[in-house]
Structure formats: C-alpha cells, structure tokens
Design a binder for this molecule. Structure first.
Ligand code: GRF
Length: 186
C-alpha cells in the first residue's frame, strides 16, 4: 500500500475527503501522515478521529523554515511517503522540502490558475466580476501557486457572493482532488 501525506493549516475538509477516499478504496493509498502548522486547527481533530498520525508544530518554535522543514522531511521519509498533498497549507514550500520531494508535492487552489493566485482567490475573482470559476491542482515549486498544472475544473457562477462560490467550489475540490491523487498514485 502506498503512503501519502496531507498538509493543512485550517478546517481540513479536503483532508477529510482524502482520508475517507483512502479508507474506502477510491484512493489506493493510506494517509500515513497529516502535517499542520497551526496547533488547534480543526484538521488536527479530524486526523485524530481517523486514527491518522499527525505532526503538528508551531513555526515559532523553530529558528526558521529550514529547521521545521528538516523535521517534516525526516517524518515523511520515516513514513515512506510517496506523494505530498497540500490542502490549505498556508505556507510557501521552502528549499529543504522541495529539495527532498520536488515533483512529488501537489497543491489545490480555488481558481483557474494562473488567474487569482494567493490566499483570497475567490474574493478577488468575485470582485473582478468573473463568471466562470474553477479549481486547479498543480505541482508545487518555489513560487506562490506556481508549478505545472495537473488538473482543472471550471464551474459557472453569475452571482456576487464569495461564500456561495466557496460552497460550490468545495464540492468540486473534494471530487477533483480524490480523482487526481488516485491517478497519480497508480
Ligand atoms: C481550499 O479552498 C483549497 O483550495 C485552498 O485552501 C482551502 C482548504 O480548505 N488551498 P479545507 O481546509 O480543505 O476545507
């Protein structure tokens, strides 16, 4: 059985969807590790409920990004992780983690990249007046929401409520992430 890791900083609905898909066989892998940089985030509780080992840390307990990424890499290696899935991990991946896992780290982003990078993609797209929204899954490199695109799915929405776009997008995110991970892991 192949091992994957999921990184998250917040709510963790994508984490939950991935964990369930691993449990019921839609993804032929197990979530060997959940990594979270925010103690107290809801995703930590979700991992515990699924019995998934987690590494939860506070960046301020480390001298810098290189130090906590070295610890992350050590734990990924130890767990035999083959694919790292970022799911709401609100940090730019640094040289240590990329050096060890480049080409094996993917991210999900709530816009049709390269449009609307960053943490407020949905709000920015609504403010711009976009009528076709979407989700992107891409390989991670050292740039914000950069890296080669693996999968995209679009959906029309003509309103102006970001919360509604988040709701519509979330359903697509979960489906697309599960399908994409299943394909990549095979
Ligand atoms: C998702 O919208 C994802 O696209 C973005 O962060 C959000 C994570 O949501 N990168 P959740 O924590 O999985 O619910």
């Amino acid at each position: 059985m192949k091992s994957i890791a999921v990184f998250a900083s917040g709510t963790g609905t994508n984490f939950e969807a991935i964990a369930c898909a691993c449990e019921d066989g839609r993804i032929p892998a197990r979530v060997a590790l959940m990594v979270c940089d925010r103690p107290g985030a809801q995703v930590v509780e979700r991992a515990a409920r699924h019995g998934i080992p987690s590494f939860v840390f506070s960046p301020r307990d480390y001298a810098g990004k290189e130090e906590f990424e070295r610890e992350i890499v050590r734990r990924l290696d130890e767990a035999g992780v083959e694919l790292v899935c970022l799911a709401g991990y609100m940090r730019i991946v640094g040289s240590v983690l990329l050096g060890a896992y480049r080409g094996r780290i993917i991210n999900i982003h709530p816009s049709l990249l390269p449009a609307f990078k960053g943490a407020h993609a949905v709000e920015d797209a609504v403010a711009y007046g976009v009528k076709v929204f979407g989700i992107t899954i891409h390989y991670v490199d050292e740039t914000l929401d950069g890296g080669r695109i693996i999968a995209q799915r679009a959906f029309p929405y003509e309103g102006s409520d970001p919360a509604e776009v988040h709701r519509l997008g979330q359903v697509i995110e979960h489906q697309l992430y599960i399908e994409t991970i299943a394909k990549l892991i095979q």
